[in-house]
Design a protein around this ligand. Structure first.
Ligand SMILES: *Cc1c(COP(=O)(O)O)cnc(C)c1O
Length: 386
């Protein structure tokens, strides 16, 4: 058998080594507390589940869905953008539901990247941007996200020939894994850069509704001219605790939306309609759950940041996202610190290098573990001695 080169090029699974250790520790009877996964522990709101149950009984939802999604869902997404960001989009041409934003993101490079083409990808970043670029035969030029720049990429640092060659730019705020946020002025800079070098922009915004202390993240599409150069992905996963149901959306530039729809219509057959009905119920129903969940995450954030600081770690207080991005103590690497916490405390954190080379020196901790597990983890962290 001869496999594709891209299969050999896949980076080793982030947790391969850690997973082995966790399994070994569990076999010894250790009680593992994991801060590793970003997957809300709170269930999907009951009214959203009710919509699924009702829709499941309707035979109209038992057949192939249309790949562009139900018109009612596209309409509800456009209405949500209007309510939330004061932006209006044509549900026919500027809105496209996707099978979780990961699917849409994974297929975008097929719309822009020919073999050898360049994509600009944040480092550290959500791994799908670079891996999907590689699957399309493209090359990544990584944009380092540095703490001294508040984890925003410096467009002036991109060499002119690379900027001119680049076809695609990935952005993600509120950011995974750094928890950094970006305002409209940064998005405005991104639009200017994209215009100057004729680059398509994809902003990935699954954490726009997961924010604290009254902070309201901006949409990339609020920047002037953004819809001429880009699209934005949003997800039901983090906003409504729907990671398991697999549904998200892309909104913005009509030509980009059309290209993504054409790629998708040749690869998948749309989102199960009963799940589209859940998404409509989520967008159109009461929104109180968002604030309730954020209050839970904010309390966990405060507890976790306090404990990490008491260990002597340098941590910025996140304004949004589900993560805390902590600087490891001097003398450790991301991997050696993660390993020590696992060995000493049976605590799992994600080494920053799992998201790119520039993640060296950091670990990511997630806020999506139940309160009792969080408290058990904090108890152990506070007692840690190097
Ligand atoms: C969670 C996450 C997603 C994926 O969301 P789905 O809609 O569940 O596929 C996309 N991008 C980032 C940065 C994420 O953290």
């Amino acid at each position: 058998m001869g496999f594709a080169k891209s299969i050999d090029q896949l980076p080793p699974y982030l947790f391969a080594e850690i997973s082995r250790k966790i399994a070994a520790k569990r076999a010894e009877g250790a009680d593992i507390v994991s801060f590793a996964v970003g997957d809300p522990d709170i269930p999907t709101p009951p009214h959203v589940i009710d919509a699924l149950v009702e829709a499941a009984r309707d035979p109209a939802n038992h057949r192939y869905p249309e790949s562009e999604g139900l018109p009612e869902l596209r309409g509800a997404i456009a209405e949500w953008y209007e309510q939330r960001f004061g932006l209006s989009f044509d549900p026919e041409t500027e809105v496209l539901p996707v099978i979780g934003s990961k699917e849409g993101i994974g297929h975008v490079p097929l719309c822009f990247i020919d073999p050898g083409d360049v994509a600009l990808v944040p480092d550290p970043g959500y791994p799908v941007y670079s891996i999907a670029t590689m699957f399309a035969g493209g090359r990544c030029h990584f944009l380092p996200l540095l703490e001294e720049n508040d984890f925003l990429p410096d467009f002036n640092a991109v060499p002119a020939d690379i900027a001119d060659a680049a076809k695609l730019l990935w952005l993600n705020y509120p950011n995974n894994p750094t928890a950094a946020v970006a305002g409209i002025d940064f998005f405005q800079e991104a639009v200017a850069f994209a215009r100057k070098h004729d680059i398509a922009v994809c902003h990935d915004g699954p954490y726009s509704e997961v924010a604290f202390d009254g902070y309201r993240p901006a949409s990339f599409l609020q920047a002037e001219g953004a819809r001429e150069v880009g699209i934005e992905f949003h997800s039901f996963s983090k906003t409504y605790n729907m990671t398991g149901w697999r549904i998200g959306m892309a909104v913005g530039n009509a030509r980009m939306i059309d290209a993504l729809r054409r790629v998708k219509s040749n690869l998948d057959s749309g989102i199960p309609q009963a799940i589209q009905r859940m998404a409509i119920a989520a967008l159109e129903g009461p929104q109180d759950c968002i604030e309730e969940h954020n209050a839970v995450y904010q309390r966990r954030r405060d507890r976790l940041v306090e404990a990490l600081r008491s260990m002597g770690l340098r941590v910025r207080l996140p304004q949004a996202s589900l993560y805390v991005w902590a600087r490891v103590p001097s003398g450790f690497t991301s991997a050696s610190f993660a390993e020590r916490l696992l060995d000493d405390l049976s605590i799992v954190v994600t080494p920053g290098t799992g998201y790119g080379a520039t993640g060296e020196g950091y670990v990511r901790l997630s806020l999506t573990l139940p309160d009792d597990r969080l408290e058990e983890g904090l108890r152990r962290l506070r007692g840690w001695k190097r």
